[in-house]
Design a protein around this ligand. Structure first.
Ligand SMILES: [Zn+2]
Length: 96
C-alpha cells in the first residue's frame, strides 16, 4: 500500500462504510474529459481539462452514475480492494 492521498483514502473508507459509495470491483468504466460535474469522492468539479472516470454500472443502486477524478477513482478502487483483503486475510493465512 502506498498512501499518497491519505485524506482521500479516509473519505473513501468513510463513504464506503456509510454506504454512500459502493464497494464493488468494476472493470467497465467510461473515460473522458470532465464536464464540470462534481466528483463522487472529493466533491470538487471535474474540469474540462481533467479526465473524468464514470462508473455507469452502479447507476441503478446509487441513482446516478459515479464520477471520479483519476486519482479519486484509484483511491476508491484501492479502498474497495483493501476491504476485500482484510475480509479474506484469515482465509489466506489458513491456506498458506
Ligand atoms: Zn475527485
Amino acid at each position: 500500500m502506498m498512501p499518497r492521498h491519505p485524506s482521500l483514502e479516509r473519505i473513501a473508507r468513510e463513504r464506503i462504510t456509510a454506504g454512500k459509495l459502493p464497494r464493488i470491483c468494476c472493470d467497465f468504466i467510461w473515460g473522458g474529459y470532465g464536464r464540470g460535474d462534481l466528483c463522487s469522492l472529493c466533491d470538487k468539479p471535474i474540469r474540462s481539462s481533467e479526465v473524468e472516470f464514470e462508473v455507469p454500472e452502479v447507476a441503478d443502486s446509487a441513482g446516478a452514475a459515479l464520477k471520479f477524478h483519476i486519482a479519486c477513482y484509484a483511491v476508491w478502487r484501492l479502498e474497495c480492494a483493501h476491504g476485500d483483503a482484510e475480509r479474506s486475510l484469515n482465509v489466506e493465512q489458513v491456506n498458506t
